[in-house]
Design a protein around this ligand. Structure first.
Ligand code: ZN
Length: 370
């Protein structure tokens, strides 16, 4: 018997990778400035349409050389500690559990994955499977010719995709320059076997000793498994280190706000609009309103009443321009508003204008790429 149709999976859709336009600019930047080859990570979550939403960028301290990128275990421990200091244990653990977009550059060479790349990717899948971590795993390889290679694993279907398109949601590269100055290091002359121990601190459970040797050549097979392989330490007595904006979001969504990446539905948008209308002091409402209206006189015009209806209409309009509004968009908006508020209090007109322009710039990109 002969089958007359081509092979086809009839009920499957091809997922897309979404990231902000500014994040792609940051990736291009790191590929451009990396002395040799470099690796870094992003967070990923699957949204309700089954697409992969990629965000943030994390650069571990690393040794850069022509043919390999080595990150020894000590460096990964330092990276974890750095995250912990910056975000607190809770948030750092949360980020680590989603940090499954593994990226590296192949400098001027082709972007096809080496066998080491593939085995690292498979190792990450195994880690997630064994932990029942429902986070997708994505490997992206870039070069200086603007090419990329993509492989992605979907934990729900167990499909492994190749060649997915990256689409842009909505820029700032200066922080990468700062990190690169500190973290891109010359290769070490000696390549010893290194071992490490997590020190047991407050709120930290002891983690097993991992052993890692420097790989000899063409290796990206760094021992991240020790970081992904164990349950992350659970926070016990952590200080609440959330920003003012995060606290406002928490108040509005009473705990259901847990991730900046989550795409919000209409009911949540309405709750957000209602919530900030009630929670924000007049001056902040005014700033937000002017930001959204693209008022140029945001600095000079301070005291003016805005009717509630106008305020909510403006906010709804803002969300309508967004392809997939996330909690991150709400947070970004509040962060801008707070920064402008602080700059106004300091009477720093230049800074206010810069912040407003930056906000408008990001919105412009968002609407162009929509
Ligand atoms: Zn590679």
């Amino acid at each position: 018997m002969k089958c007359i149709s081509e092979f086809n999976i009839m009920n499957a859709t091809t997922p897309r990778i979404y990231m902000s336009y500014s994040l792609m600019q940051q990736i291009q930047h790191i590929v451009d400035i990396a002395p040799k080859e470099a690796q870094w990570f992003h967070l990923v979550e699957k949204d309700k349409d089954g697409d992969f939403v990629v965000s943030e960028m994390f650069i571990p301290e690393q040794t850069c050389s022509t043919v390999e990128v080595d990150t020894d275990s000590n460096m990964m421990v330092n990276f974890w500690n750095e995250l912990k200091e910056k975000h607190g244990i809770q948030e750092a653990s949360n980020k680590f559990s989603k940090m499954f977009v593994w990226c590296h550059s192949h400098h001027n060479m082709g972007v096809n994955p080496s066998s080491q790349d593939v085995s690292q990717f498979n190792q990450m899948i195994q880690t997630n499977t064994s932990q029942q971590n429902k986070t997708p795993v994505i490997m992206l390889i870039f070069n200086k010719k603007d090419q990329y290679y993509c492989r992605a694993w979907d934990p729900e279907t167990n499909f492994i995709y190749e060649g997915l398109d990256i689409e842009y949601l909505t820029s700032n590269c200066s922080w990468i320059d700062e990190q690169a100055k500190v973290k891109f290091k010359e290769p070490a002359k000696l390549a010893p076997v290194s071992t490490f121990n997590f020190t047991k601190g407050p709120g930290l459970t002891a983690r097993p000793v991992s052993r890692n040797t420097y790989a000899t050549s063409y290796s990206y097979q760094n021992d991240y498994s020790s970081l992904w392989g164990d349950p992350l330490p659970v926070a016990t007595n952590y200080k609440d280190e959330r920003s003012e904006s995060e606290l406002v979001l928490d108040e509005i969504f009473s705990g259901s706000y847990y991730s900046n990446l989550k795409v919000i539905n209409e009911a949540e948008i309405n709750a957000f609009i209602q919530g900030i209308d009630e929670l924000l002091p007049d001056q902040q409402r005014l700033i937000l309103f002017q930001m959204l209206r693209k008022d140029k006189d945001i600095f000079s015009v301070r005291k003016k009443e805005i009717p509630e209806k106008l305020f909510t209409t403006q906010l709804k309009r803002f969300f309508k321009t967004k392809q997939k509004p996330t909690f991150g968009v709400c947070l970004e908006m509040l962060n801008y508003m707070n920064e402008i508020y602080e700059a106004q209090k300091l009477e720093n007109e230049k800074l206010v204008n810069e912040l407003v322009e930056e906000f408008h710039f990001e919105q412009k990109i968002a609407s162009v790429t929509k």
